[in-house]
Ligand binder design. Structure first.
Ligand SMILES: O=C(O)c1ccccc1NCC(=O)[C@H](O)[C@H](O)COP(=O)(O)O
Length: 209
């Protein structure tokens, strides 16, 4: 089976349609006002509703009120939430109990203490491992994937952080325990929030031969 693909940071209706036509497994909408890929107000609930049902819609949040997250889930028909802040296992469990898939993101630097993940086991559906940087996400740099070589927790994860076309060969052959999906973002943009559909198509062709 080929690797699952998520394209994150959709913010424009035409661009959303072009990328949805490539049939990613997940599309991400960033509901973090400080992000250069903030989905609102350019992307409306009607735009999201037009996304084919086979593509899971993921809302990305950073330390947002759960009431606001719930509102976005309803408005945009989100199937999953991706949490990039200091959200606790309790917050994750609360959201998960409403039926939404919960992806808890963690930023990885030169080293990573995997023990911090333990309280989240059983409270989230997936982890997302991203690169630590100036922003809570979308930093455009890769971390050392070998830090995940001995991953043994029963929570599958998305691999994120500066994934680019030049990584296609490595990613296609990547044998990391627990790897569930790849997350593509700033390395496939013409400007923040606008994906280069042609570049994404090349990546998809290489990862889904
Ligand atoms: O992309 C953002 O602007 C962003 C801002 C705040 C929180 C999360 C954000 N992105 C979430 C993602 O899933 C990105 O795809 C992930 O951080 C990797 O991005 P990149 O390093 O640009 O490939």
């Amino acid at each position: 089976m080929s690797v699952r693909l998520k394209v994150c940071g959709m913010a424009r209706p035409d661009n959303l349609r072009a990328v949805a036509a490539l049939r990613p497994d997940f599309l991400g909408f960033i509901f973090y006002p400080k992000s250069r890929r903030y989905a609102t107000p350019t992307l409306t609930p009607a735009d999201a509703a037009a996304v084919p049902a086979t593509i899971r819609k993921v809302g990305v949040f950073v330390d947002e009120d759960t009431a606001v997250i719930q509102e976005r889930i309803t408005q945009y028909g989100l199937q999953a939430v991706q949490l990039h802040g200091t959200e606790t296992p309790e917050t994750c469990a609360l959201l998960r109990a409403t039926g939404v898939v919960v992806i808890k993101a963690f930023a990885i630097g030169a080293q990573f203490d995997f023990a911090q993940l333990l309280p989240y086991v059983g409270q989230v559906d997936f982890f997302l491992f991203d690169t630590a940087g100036a922003h809570p996400g979308g930093n455009g740099t890769a971390f050392d994937w070998q830090l995940l070589a001995d991953y043994s927790l029963p929570v599958p994860y998305f691999l994120a952080g500066g994934l680019a076309l030049e990584h296609a060969d490595l990613l296609r052959n990547l044998q990391l325990p627990g790897l569930f999906a790849l997350d593509l973002n700033s390395k496939f943009e013409t400007e923040p929030g606008v994906k280069d559909a042609n570049l994404l198509r090349q990546m998809f062709q290489q990862l889904r031969p």
